[in-house]
Design a protein around this ligand. Structure first.
Ligand SMILES: [Ca+2]
Ligand SMILES: [Ca+2]
Ligand SMILES: [Ca+2]
Ligand SMILES: [Ca+2]
Length: 441
């Protein structure tokens, strides 16, 4: 295979600047087409590609396209990296790298591989030497990922790291400007094992078992800021069919360490009644942990439903959590409502739904349910019922505010802040209710 690939690349280089100038390259095939020169050379690669090859996109198109630019050699000039597949071969892929020398683009090197597909390709200078690495995640037949990291040396690409796993995160955990590689493997016993690797010599530093019920088939792992200064990997692990918990991994004394759980069956304080994914919910770059549970405050006989509230927390830097925000999330009506922070831990929500309207009553928790003091209510009214709703409201002398319209439904709120029974610290402005309400699509 190698020989054929080599011949192909010679062809590419030979014909690169002899073809026509016709311009028809789909924009999404080029990453950051910000320089005319780059577009021209990319266009040539496309136009003059031998018929037995086709350009392809990795499955994850967030990090790379079919044609990419990155400075692999560290000279301040980007190389062109194109991703191909051989049309007549099911699983043979190639990554061709061209470098510009004195105005012409020549082959620098190529990387070939056999896999089910290319899951992801990332360009990143992981060891802070000024040269971007190529990180390739190949998806193998057994659904494992083969992770390869390539660096450039003397105009050749060499394999800096190669290993197999179910998930990988590459992030600088200890702020020394050198990325750390953490591989996750789910073993035959359904246990999750995380292993930290040294990027310089590919050796493993330490492994830890992430607590689970022993039946795990897949996990979700996200990396990012755990606090303002500490980076971490948030691992969302399912427990049984519905539940889950989040473990946070950080680097401590040079080793990979768990934050929340102690024993191997300890799901810690982040256990959630429903499996949830961590996220940076308020876009302040620090990731939050989602603990989702259904309050069971009233009996089954009432018409009221117990709302599902997403409770989002930040890691407090020790072994605990700090509450960030509660979110009422309504998938059917496609909206979300961030409970104002004034109501944190002090409210009870009742949801009441009939065919064409839905009410979300928010009460002061302290006196609930003996003495229900309403703080506010949200409403979703079907537009077919809106005239009747408005008529009833005006007859009752109650003034509602519209906060949105979507999909033949109108969203209202009523703020009861003028009720003298409401404690001062639980009163919120209309503006806060409006800002905290968000239509999703
Ligand atoms: Ca370069
Ligand atoms: Ca590098
Ligand atoms: Ca590091
Ligand atoms: Ca955040």
């Amino acid at each position: 295979m190698r020989k054929r690939m080599y011949i192909f690349l010679i062809i590419i280089v030979m014909i690169l600047f002899s073809g026509c100038d016709e311009f028809s390259l789909p924009e999404e095939m080029i990453q950051k087409p910000n320089m005319e020169k780059k577009i021209t050379v990319a266009q040539k690669v496309v136009d003059e590609l031998p018929s037995t090859f086709e350009l392809i996109l990795p499955r994850n198109i967030q990090n790379s396209a079919a044609i990419n630019y990155a400075d692999l050699t560290g000279d301040g000039e980007d190389e062109l990296i194109a991703i191909y597949k051989m049309k007549d071969k099911l699983n043979e892929y190639m990554i061709g790298i061209l470098k510009e020398y004195m105005g012409t683009w020549e082959k620098l090197d190529f990387i070939d591989g056999v896999a089910l597909n290319i899951q992801d390709i990332i360009f990143k200078d992981i060891n802070n030497d000024g040269k971007e690495e190529i990180i390739i995640k190949w998806l193998e037949e057994n659904k494992k990922l083969r992770v390869e990291v390539y660096s450039e040396k003397n105009r050749n690409m060499f394999t800096r790291f190669e290993n197999k796993c179910d998930e990988v995160k590459i992030i600088d955990l200890d702020n020394d400007n050198i990325d750390d590689i953490v591989l996750f493997n789910i073993d035959e016993d359904g246990q999750v094992i995380a292993t930290l690797y040294n990027i310089e010599n590919s050796e493993s530093i330490n492994s830890i078992i992430i607590p689970s019920d022993g039946n795990v088939r897949s996990i979700l792992a996200n990396s990012g800021k755990a606090t303002k200064d500490i980076n971490g990997i948030f691992v969302d692990v399912p427990i049984g069919i519905y539940s889950g918990y989040t473990e946070l991994l950080i680097k401590k004394d040079g080793k990979l360490a768990k934050v929340f759980s102690e024993g191997e069956k300890d799901f810690g304080i982040t256990k959630s009644e429903f499996f949830t994914n961590d996220a940076d919910v308020d876009k302040d770059e620090i990731r939050e942990i989602n603990i989702l549970y259904q309050e069971k405050l009233f009996d089954e006989e009432s018409n009221n439903q117990n709302p599902i509230i997403q409770k989002w927390y930040n890691w407090n830097g020790l072994r605990g959590l700090t509450h960030k925000v509660d979110i009422y999330y309504d998938q059917a009506n496609a909206f979300r409502f961030y409970l104002p922070k004034e109501w944190k831990d002090n409210y009870v929500m009742e949801v009441n739904e009939s065919g064409y309207m839905k009410y979300m009553f928010i009460y002061d928790k302290e006196t609930y349910p003996d003495n229900k003091i309403e703080l506010a209510r949200l409403m979703v009214i079907d537009d077919s019922y809106i005239d009747k709703f408005n008529k009833n409201a005006s007859e009752a002398g109650r003034k509602y505010s519209v906060i949105g319209k979507n999909n033949r439904k109108t969203f209202f709120f009523y703020n009861n802040k003028n009720d003298s029974r409401i404690k001062k610290e639980l009163k919120v402005d209309d503006e806060i209710i409006k800002t905290n309400f968000e239509i999703l699509r």
